[in-house]
Design a protein around this ligand. Structure first.
Ligand code: PLP
Length: 438
């Protein structure tokens, strides 16, 4: 099966310069660190475009497929503009996310608003800004959205988020499609929801079903299972209620390769399994071909991103391990402390030499759990070296905090040897700008 970018640990443009420095997007990462300071998020445009090309080609045998980038992975105006230029739609889970797309000039009909506890204020704004679909998660929200739409004299275009009862093997915090989950309607609750929409909630128009099984998934068999369940439900609803649903949103969750032992499936394999299954189900259940929506987040943006840090202090524990500290850590990348996520890294200014050491890379934050990489073999490190951590494009900046009152890092987009600042580094002044002393 053809390889796709989610199966590579590094951006597609990763190279070594003549002087031995790590290059990404044609830019010398040591020079980037000097120019923009560290920690620095670096995003490689070529990797993002190549991933999207993989998706488009992998699902091309079912032409009515729409890729909705799950913007929780990384949501900035530059990312919105870039992905919009590729024709993607957008999955959002807060007003902050869909407002970013609105301010980036995206056609809001291509935006979906999803989430298990959307506020009334957010739902109002979604209707006002013309968000294309709202994926309604529960009975409370059906009633709330209907009331808001009625007050505005509008009809809200919705999907129903359902929990298909599929367990996947990923970290329990990022499983969502199993029955004991806070997300979506249980399959046994769908009929009551449809009855309410058809008989009581005149300001809701339902277009389809939405599911999402989990994140960082390596199993392939669960996607055809999910398609089977969604198609079965669509045919059952058509028979029982005479209601034709034209849209299936299968969510995202496609895995990436953080470390050598990760073996995510190719997007091409997933594309073939899903589109074959969908075509079979259309025949089997005799349903009109629905529009298929996918919501990849991590797999679109993670491999394109790296974080550059400067190495500072180190500590050799007598008869124990060696800790090497960098100038960032759990506030710019909370995933290792949240999920025990693993990462790979390289010293950007040193050729891989035979003289290596096994070290623990820790952050600068006041928590013993602030460890970025537990054990890694790298060329002998010294203060001032630049460490490049791979696959940090997703769920790093978007989950970053100001813990310990440290400003969040800057982000640059690199392409063909050129770099553009796309997120400014926060200043100490930014940190106190909302403080009020009564
Ligand atoms: C509904 C929904 N869609 C899409 C995604 C994106 O998942 P991933 O970034 O793993 O592709 C998520 C992530 O949790 C999600 O909750």
């Amino acid at each position: 099966m053809k390889l796709s970018t989610n199966q590579s640990q590094r951006p597609v443009t990763t190279a070594i310069s003549q002087n031995g420095n790590l290059m990404i997007g044609g830019c010398d990462t040591v020079e980037l660190a000097k120019k923009y300071s560290t920690p620095l998020y670096v995003l490689d445009e070529a990797t993002i475009r190549s991933t999207i090309a993989d998706y488009k080609s992998a699902f091309s045998s079912y032409p009515d497929t729409n890729i909705m980038y799950a913007s929780k992975a990384l949501c900035t105006k530059a990312v919105a503009t870039l992905l919009d230029s590729e024709g993607l739609g957008f999955d959002t889970v807060s007003a902050g996310e869909f407002y970013t797309f609105y301010k980036s000039g995206v056609n809001m009909a291509k935006v979906l608003f999803n989430g298990n506890n959307k506020t009334a204020e957010e739902l109002e704004l979604a209707l006002d800004l013309g968000v294309g679909r709202i994926s309604v998660d529960n009975f409370y929200e059906l009633s709330l959205l209907n009331t808001i739409a009625e007050h505005k004299g509008r009809v809200a275009d919705i999907l129903l988020r359902v929990t298909p009862g599929i367990e996947c093997h990923t970290h329990e915090y990022i499983q969502t499609g199993h029955l004991d989950s806070k997300f979506g309607f249980d399959l046994t609750q769908i009929d009551s929801a449809i009855e309410l929409i058809l008989q009581k909630y005149n300001h809701l128009k339902i277009h389809g079903l939405h599911a999402h099984i989990g994140s960082q998934i390596f199993e392939t068999s669960i996607y055809p299972d999910e398609i089977e369940i969604l198609c079965f439900e669509i045919s059952r609803i058509a028979k029982k209620f005479g209601l034709r649903l034209n849209e299936i949103n299968m969510g995202g969750g496609f895995g990436v390769k953080y470390v050598d032992t990760d073996v995510p499936p190719s997007i091409y394999e997933i594309g073939k399994l899903v589109t074959d299954k969908l075509k079979q189900c259309i025949e089997k259940y005799n349903i009109p071909p629905p529009t298929l929506f996918l919501e990849p987040g991590r797999s679109i943006i993670s491999p394109a991103g790296v974080t550059l840090y400067t190495i500072g202090s180190s500590k050799q524990v007598p008869h124990g391990r060696k800790f090497v500290s960098v100038d960032g850590g759990m506030a710019d990348n909370p995933r290792p402390s949240l999920y025990h996520a693993q990462y790979s890294a390289q010293i950007a200014n040193k050729k891989s030499s035979s003289k290596t050491e096994t070290i623990t890379i820790c952050g600068r934050y006041c928590e013993s759990g602030d460890v970025l990489i537990k054990e890694i073999e790298l060329p002998k490190t010294e203060a001032g070296d630049i460490l490049c951590v791979y696959n940090t494009g997703a769920y790093n900046y978007s989950m970053a905090s100001n813990y310990n009152r440290v400003p969040r890092p800057a982000m640059v987009l690199v392409k063909d040897g050129h770099s553009d600042l796309i997120i400014k580094r926060e200043t100490w002044e930014d940190l106190i700008k909302n403080d009020i002393v009564p």
